[in-house]
Design a protein around this ligand. Structure first.
Ligand SMILES: Cc1cc2nc3c(=O)[nH]c(=O)nc-3n(C[C@H](O)[C@H](O)[C@H](O)COP(=O)(O)O)c2cc1C
Length: 440
């Protein structure tokens, strides 16, 4: 029987997070991160996860402030969490397009030291020049080059992590030597995107090679994961889509001399629990209405229509005209959501007409229903079934409020998974690599 891998995503930056809920706390104070992390550790989760937003999204030329806006630096937050947790893996998204390998390697290796071997890095490339304007002097990497750079950056980071022998620090007063060799940490990488040499400043960390996650979904992204990642943060959260994605990606591993269990597939998943199925459905509907306020409904509709629709009534019908087909979208920082605007609009129209839905109710319906809804028994059974039927190896759970959004899951679903023998009752290893069952 496969064990379930569980991760806790501290949400934010989009309308999944309901900041307007009376139970919602700060998205930036350390106590919020600490509370969620401690809850995940109480539930014997594998790791804590932070996404990254490098530039505030804009819509109609303004900050998209109906979302949670703003996010502190991930690695710094994770460093703080290392001090208040003991076993939980600590993973964060950090962009490979806008950061330099030596700095990336140093920050993640430092986190691995501070946490005693619990660090993980989610390597993302970012899809748009808009984000790049915040960073690069001059040009932006082409789409194709983003992954060749990611590949080379990651390869270099691993070379840097490997630059120190595990037993390099001897601190021997008798011999008058601190390091075993005269030149510890020496490296040189000569490549197309990275051309550096020197001595890596951080001694080898407890995991040696901290865990690598990957989150891109394109052909290139999947190949990158198959070649180089330990886990994928995927968006394929339904049973059928999950199985197809799982088979696709696991099928790519052999070409790189890797076994299927060397890459873990972890879809982003939301959940709503209730005392009965009807209660859970009712709560799910209430949460969707919180997530999609009347103003948010119009903003989300604009993302497909690519046009200012602020004059429309959120409870009224869809616009009578078609979406604007222009590459220059009115939403910045969230590109490529709708590859075929006309087809999607036609689909939405059909649903709205058939079910007699106004804009807001339609948007609630078509943009992101929760992944798992039901009683704790039902949700535990479904998670288990997904893992056993190879739709996933586990889940990155995204609560809809912070910091208390995982409490109920940990109190009610976790014990049921533990009863089934699908989730550890105590940690049996101390490193993230160990928790995930990945070879050192
Ligand atoms: C599930 C998922 C989560 C992602 N999370 C982030 C994130 O937190 N920060 C970020 O900059 N990009 C994030 N990305 C974007 C990817 O890194 C990548 O830039 C984007 O998907 C384009 O690459 P692709 O064409 O391979 O999909 C995410 C992508 C996916 C599929």
């Amino acid at each position: 029987m496969k064990q379930i891998i569980l991760a806790a995503h501290f949400p934010g930056v989009n309308n999944t997070t309901v900041w307007s809920d009376p139970a919602a706390g700060s998205q930036i104070e350390f106590e919020s991160f600490e509370r969620l992390a401690r809850t995940a550790e109480r539930g014997r989760f594998d790791f804590f996860f932070l996404a990254e937003g490098l530039r505030l999204r804009e819509q109609r030329g303004r900050i998209h402030d109906l979302d949670v806006v703003g996010r502190p630096d991930n690695v710094t937050v994770l460093g703080g969490l290392a001090a208040v947790t003991t076993h939980l893996g600590l993973t964060g998204t950090v962009n490979s397009t806008f950061n330099e390998p030596v700095d990336l390697a140093r920050r993640i290796a430092t986190l691995d030291h501070l946490s005693g071997g619990r660090a993980g890095w989610n390597v993302v490339t970012s899809w748009d020049a808009f984000t790049g304007e915040n960073f690069r002097r001059g040009g932006y990497l082409d789409r194709a080059d983003r992954y060749s750079r990611a590949e080379e950056v990651l390869q270099t980071v691993r070379e840097l992590w490997d630059a120190w022998d595990a037993d390099e620090l001897v601190a021997d007063p008798a011999a008058g030597r601190f390091t075993r060799h005269d030149w510890p940490g020496a490296y040189a990488h000569r490549g197309r995107h990275v051309d550096i040499e020197g001595h890596f400043p951080v001694p080898r960390s407890p995991q040696g090679r901290p865990i690598i996650l990957q989150a891109g979904d394109s052909e290139q992204g999947r190949e990158f994961a198959a070649r180089s990642a330990d886990a994928i943060f995927s968006r394929h959260g339904t049973l059928e889509a999950g199985k197809a994605f799982y088979a696709d990606v696991k099928g790519r591993l052999a070409a790189y001399g890797r076994r299927p269990d060397e890459l873990k597939i972890l879809p982003a998943s939301t959940f709503v629990l209730g005392d009965s199925e009807a209660d859970a459905q009712e709560r799910a509907h209430h949460i969707r209405r919180q997530q999609v306020s009347p103003q948010t409904a119009i903003l989300l509709l604009e993302q497909l229509w690519n046009k200012d629709l602020s004059d429309l009534d959120p409870e009224g019908p869809l616009p009578p005209f078609d979406p604007v087909l222009d590459d220059d979208t009115i939403i910045k920082g969230r590109a490529g959501m709708y590859p075929d605007r006309l087809a999607t609009a036609a689909q939405w129209r059909a649903i709205a007409e058939e079910r007699k839905l106004g804009i807001r109710d339609l948007i609630i319906e078509v943009t992101g229903r929760q992944t798992f809804i039901g009683t704790p028994q039902r949700v535990a059974a479904t998670l288990h079934e997904f893992v056993q039927s190879d739709a996933a190896d586990g889940f990155i759970l995204v609560p809809h409020v912070v910091p208390g959004g995982l409490d109920e899951f940990v109190d009610t679903v976790v014990p049921l998974l533990q009863e089934r023998g699908a989730l550890r009752t105590e940690y049996t290893t101390t490193t993230l690599r160990g928790h995930l069952g990945l070879a050192a």
